[in-house]
Design a protein around this ligand. Sequence first.
Ligand code: F6R
Length: 615
Amino acid sequence: MCGIVGYIGDREAFPILIKGLQRLEYRGYDSAGVALISDASELQIYKKKGKVSELMAATTSQNRSGRIGIGHTRWATHGEPNDINSHPHSSQNKNLVIIHNGIIENYAALKSGLSKRGHTFISDTDTEVLIHLIEDIKEHEGLKLGHAVQAALRQVVGAYAIVVMDKEDPETLVAAKKGSPMVIGIGSTGDFFIASDASPIVEYTKNVVYLEDEQVAVLRKGKALKIRNLKDKEITPYVQKLTIELEAIEKGGYDHFMLKEIYEQPRSIKDSMRGRLIADEAKVQLGGIVDYEAHFKQAKRIIIIGCGTSWHAGLVGEYLFEELARIPVEVEYASEFRYRNPILFSDDIVIAVSQSGETADTLAAIELAKQKGAKIIGICNVVGSSIARASHAGSYTHAGPEIGVASTKAFTAQVTVLTLMALHIARLKAGISDSRYRQMLYEMETIPAKVEAVLKTSPSIKDIASTYKDVKNALYLGRGITFPVALEGALKLKEISYIHAEGYPAAEMKHGPIALIDEDMPVVVIATKGANYEKVLSNIQEVKARKGKIIAVVTEGDTEVKSMADHCIEIPETDEYLSPLLSVIPLQLLSYEIAVMRGCNVDQPRNLAKSVTVE
Ligand code: F6R
């Protein structure tokens, strides 16, 4: 959470910083701020509660010139979102400024030590404490900024990605990270770009260095990038080429990133399968896990960990691995797993699912599982992310950048990769018949076109949305492999339209939630053809008997549900175990349309952030 950007070079920094912050706003949008040092060595700080656009509007009449600057978009942790708590923060003598993503866990102890040495603080943030500490060390030990940052970070417990600037040295930026992501772009004219992810950088350069934990980078205009670790060992920067394109991070004519990303799914699912699914040769190839195939074959258990939507994808994975590969699976919230001293064996496989690859709880759960000897397989979207790097092996989802805060194409890409993995392992273990394996591979190839067909139901989904946009509650029901889809549908509605929604296994409804049903309660039921179809019909009857309103997602040509439901959304027929890839699409569209009709900020729902890098 929180987005950070920095620039040093010959161009005007302000437009670069603002554009970068807008690209990073998905990470947090409680407040925004920039600091610039002008050619006359004047330090300007502009910061404000609210969105980046509000900061822009509030500073139009100001002198925003400078060729060095830092910027921040905040997701509040310490201290409420207000102008004072916004970043950048200054040191006591006002010469140093900092932007920070992460949490300094021992900030209270550091603050009390600094207070005793005469420091006074104006904000409630942990970040302000850190810049005072850097200044304190710099002044007392007579260190250069880079060394002062190193020394201060040696005292810090917690997570950080920081950029520090010194009014007295307008030719230098110092950046450091631990547990929070940071990318440095190397420009062609001796200039440097810094950001929390590559999206603010790709427009200017494709040459980047991903800073590693406990590394401190000193960026001097026109000079080579210098990196040292906290033990002062010099590190040779590893320059990589960015593969993302600018178009992939722009809206491309859609009203919202979320809508664009929903509509990208035929392509993103195809990309997740590209080079991996070769149906004609009855083959699945997952290059990233080749070295761990033997572990999979021997594994007595798979544990899937993740948070939010990624956890839902993990639940779909449970049905897939158990049905196809016949390996027992447990799916755990990473945040629970990491704190409950779980029992793990060296032949356990832990699959960590994460779009961003930066979720703090998932990362910590991986570290714990590693300590206990388990093998970690990462399923991440963001290439080079912390979770991808912390895993022993893995498969990227290749969905392309997901900017909308509500996860859509990342979910279907995760499910696609989990399906391929389950099929591949099933085949290795000879746990699946040849005919079923081949049939599923051929069927998987048809999924992108079928998703395309589901997207065409959007006008009828819009009609349904207009009928229910003002409800206070909604229930989502599914059974078997569609149960996680019900959870995902409910989460989508909750997070972007602020309507309370619950996902339930359909049969569990009568153990409690049925009490909620009356004529005002919409119940979204995934009633596609499959082993539990008849049972779901009975659940629909139970809702109808209590006057609930049924919105059913059904298989094309279904007449039985149609005769009972208030609304039906048809999706093409497919293998039951591939159906989540289709049935989730109408639920994404329904929540999107309802949120738009309610005037909600679809891409940046309140209180949320795309990448949850704090626990
Ligand atoms: C919901 C959503 C979140 C994320 C969760 C995990 O739409 O986006 O629930 O799924 O924060 O994030 P990642 O997948 O980046 O680990």
